[in-house]
Every structure is written in C-alpha cells, then in structure tokens.
Write a protein that binds this ligand. Structure first.
Ligand SMILES: O=C(O)c1ccccc1NCC(=O)[C@H](O)[C@H](O)COP(=O)(O)O
Length: 225
C-alpha cells in the first residue's frame, strides 16, 4: 500500500507547487483565524483551484459551525474536511451526512488513555489523524511542531486508515514510520522556515525521506512482529 503524505497549512501558490512537485498526495488549507497558517476563503479558493487534479485538498477547521462549513465547502470544494477541534462523534457524523465528503477527525494523543476515544470516532470518521495533544494554554490545537510517543500506536488497529502527525520533519519521519508503520503521514511545522512560511526544499526532503522509509518497510502490508 502506498504511503499517503499530507502537507498541511499551505498559504502560497509556491507551497502548493512545491507539494505537487515533491509528490505529496494531499494539502491542508487551515481556516482558523488564530492560526499563522489561516487562509481567508478568497485566497483559499485560489490555492484549492491550483491544487485540484494534482493534490487532494483538505479543508481544516476547528469546531466550525454549519454556516462556516457551508462557506468553506462552497469556496474550496475540498476533497476532505478535517475537524481539528473538540468535535464529538455525533458532530463528526452530522458533518459527514450534511456535506457528503470524507471527514478526517484529529485526536490529540499524550497517553495511552487518549486512544480509548478511537472506536467511537472510527465508527463515524473516514480517517483518524493522530496528533500530539496541545498544552492547555495553546492558542491552537495543532500545527505546534510537537511529537507524541509513537510507541503508543504500536499494535493499534483503529479499523480504518489513520494518519500520523505531530512534530514530524525530514529527519525523524523514517523513525516514526519504522515504529508506527503508519499508512499516512502529515506535516506542517517541520517543513517551514517559520510558522506559516513553507520551505519548498524541506517539503521535497520530507517527501523523499518518507517515501524511502515506506519503501524500506511497507506500512500496513507489513506483518506485525
Ligand atoms: O497548523 C495549524 O496552525 C493548525 C491550527 C489549528 C488546528 C490545526 C492546525 N494544524 C493541524 C495539522 O494538520 C498539522 O499538520 C498537525 O497538527 C501537525 O502539525 P506539526 O506538528 O506542526 O507538523
């Protein structure tokens, strides 16, 4: 199975072009004003149009209501909706039913107990994104460049595709894949010069390192020890 790679928090056409040229699969557009990666809908529309047909477009929101999601879907026509707030399983199901698009639910992980929520979300989401749980005083729930203990995902079978996220970068993605055998990875801070400023060279290095690691140790197809 081919590793799925998502580059998140793109703000410029240069970054979209870099993700496409590097061979990424998905790009995330953050619609959350407190984030340094926030794009307004007019700009998001042009970035999504540039990506469409080459990269899957993920619209990332945090506890968005239906009215905002209506506007986002109309503007970005995303392939995926990523819910990165405190959305309940019921809310995930409602968003999926209303918009008829695949929904990726982010779950913050800091300890094994955090995985207890997985079955309820796996029943309604199309993909789970495991991210580091943010500190209590964080101004945003993701894109913080924080990793969690990847060993927590050992032996995890959520019953659906999942994405590993949180503090990944070109130097550590191979080790993260070796430990987790994740079928998909997501990165933001690790391919930036500064928050919100993507570095085309780091994007290329990340994709190259992740693809090489996946080729050396195929993810979900690899039998468990
Ligand atoms: O990126 C943001 O600023 C952001 C803001 C609010 C909610 C989620 C956000 N990012 C979510 C992502 O999918 C990131 O790629 C993920 O958290 C990993 O980020 P990083 O640890 O910086 O690679």
């Amino acid at each position: 199975m081919t590793l799925v790679i998502k580059i998140c928090g793109l703000k410029t056409s240069e970054a979209v072009e870099a993700a496409a040229a590097a061979g990424a699969d998905m790009v995330g557009l953050v619609v959350f004003p407190p984030s340094p990666r926030h794009v307004d809908l007019a700009h998001g529309r042009s970035l999504a149009a540039l990506a469409t047909g080459r990269l899957q477009v993920v619209a990332l929101t945090v506890d968005a209501d239906d009215a905002l999601l209506d506007d986002i879907v109309a503007a970005l026509d995303p392939d995926w909706l990523q819910l990165h707030g405190k959305e309940t399983p019921e809310r995930v199901a409602a968003v999926k039913a209303r918009f008829g698009r695949p929904v990726m639910k982010a779950l913050g992980i800091a300890a094994a107990a955090d995985l207890a929520r997985v079955p309820a979300y796996a029943a309604v989401a199309d993909r789970i994104l495991f991210d580091a749980r943010p500190p209590k005083d964080a101004t945003r729930p993701g894109g913080l460049g924080r990793a969690f203990d990847w060993d927590l995902l050992d032996d995890l079978d959520p019953g659906l595709g999942y994405m590993l996220s949180g503090g990944l970068d070109p130097a550590n993605v191979a080790e993260a894949l070796r430990i987790t055998r994740a079928p998909a990875v997501d990165v933001s801070s690790g391919v930036e010069r500064a928050p919100g400023d993507k570095d085309p060279q780091k994007i290329a290095e990340f994709v190259r390192a992740a693809r090489a690691a996946a080729a050396a140790a195929p993810a979900v197809a690899r039998p468990r020890a």
